[in-house]
Design a protein around this ligand. Structure first.
Ligand code: 13P
Ligand code: SF4
Length: 306
């Protein structure tokens, strides 16, 4: 029987032999973090994808992340670690619906959260991640922003940029949006001295209580550098575990035990091993037309967010 250590050693050997770069979103499990060349939030992964030296990239995360890598490096082979790993938010709006909205609001620029399909990105002006949204939108010439699809992240950005006008559609992350203010009140009662760290995909009734709100990487950086001893973590619960590894002398509590993304959890170490052996995962293939149109949207984010 395979053990975690045997698998990790085999993966490390194979990725070197086959010249594969393993990228992992921070919501992946810790055993996967340990074999990855880079771990980060959606923005960090996009930047890494644009500069990866290897000919093959294995993305451990969800489909839109692997598509982003393919769009930024069309000549590379890009493998998604588990073919069923998708983000439900990416499918919440269709191209036809965006085209309708553009007719309704012709003077608005369309800003798409990166958690969208490549097809959707072809009809948007710029995409953003939770880490880059405020800076990117602030740097845009347009003051009228149609923000799709996460209205919770959108509301958080709009509050920081009162000089811009925003319109939203009704979408969001089903995992983060399920956390309620009651969860905050309950967790604060149990841990009155803990700092509350939340992802802006959460509802505003949750975000308004936060000591810090930001991307996955932002939350981890804050917890590592803050002198406080205790933290309530309002994002995918893997971050609680990763922070506990990084800061064993501090205490981390999940804001909600249900804040778990089943899509991010699909990939296992065995899947990665199988991808490297050519026996698993999915080779990402997109039409050249979709790639070139969607790339404009991602390139605009990297230019305006830098
Ligand atoms: P970030 O990686 O931007 O923190 O977003 C979290 C997320 O939900 C990714 O799907
Ligand atoms: Fe999508 Fe939410 Fe899962 Fe991120 S945590 S992949 S936004 S469902």
């Amino acid at each position: 029987m395979l053990t975690t250590t045997t698998l990790q050693n085999e993966i490390i050997r194979l990725k070197k032999e086959l010249d594969v770069c393993i990228l992992a979103h921070a919501y992946q499990s810790h055993d996967i973090w340990e074999v990855a060349d880079y771990v980060g939030d959606s923005y960090g992964l996009s930047v890494q994808a644009a500069g990866a030296k290897q000919q093959t990239v294995l993305m451990c995360g969800v489909r839109f992340m692997a598509e982003t890598v393919k769009i930024l490096s069309p000549d590379k082979r890009v493998i998604l670690s588990h073919s069923q790993a998708g983000c439900p938010m990416a499918e919440q709006i269709t191209v036809d619906e965006i085209n309708e909205l553009k007719k309704q609001y012709p003077d608005y620029s369309v800003v798409a959260y990166i958690n969208t399909t490549s097809q959707l990105k072809t009809v948007c002006d710029v995409c953003v991640t939770s880490a880059s949204a405020v800076k990117v939108i602030d740097n845009m010439d347009s003051d009228k922003i149609l923000f799709i699809p996460d209205c919770n992240l959108g509301a958080w950005v709009a509050e920081k940029l009162p000089h811009k006008q925003f319109k939203f559609v009704n979408g969001g992350c089903p995992v983060h949006a399920a956390v309620r203010e009651d969860d905050v009140l309950h967790a604060k009662k149990l841990h009155p001295d803990a700092k509350l760290l939340v992802h802006p995909e959460c509802l505003s009734e949750v975000v308004k209580h936060a000591d810090y709100a930001g991307s996955t990487t932002g939350i981890m950086d804050y917890a590592k550098s803050c002198p406080a001893d205790e933290y309530i973590v309002g994002t995918e619960n893997s971050i609680v575990q990763h922070l506990q590894y990084a800061c064993p002398d501090k205490k981390f509590y999940p804001l909600s035990k249900d804040c778990v993304c089943n899509n991010m959890k699909l990939t296992t170490l065995v899947d990665i091993y199988n991808c490297l052996r050519g026996a698993g995962g999915e080779d990402i293939s997109l039409s050249p037309d979709v790639m070139s149109k969607a790339r404009r949207c991602i390139d605009n984010m990297l230019a305006l967010g830098n």
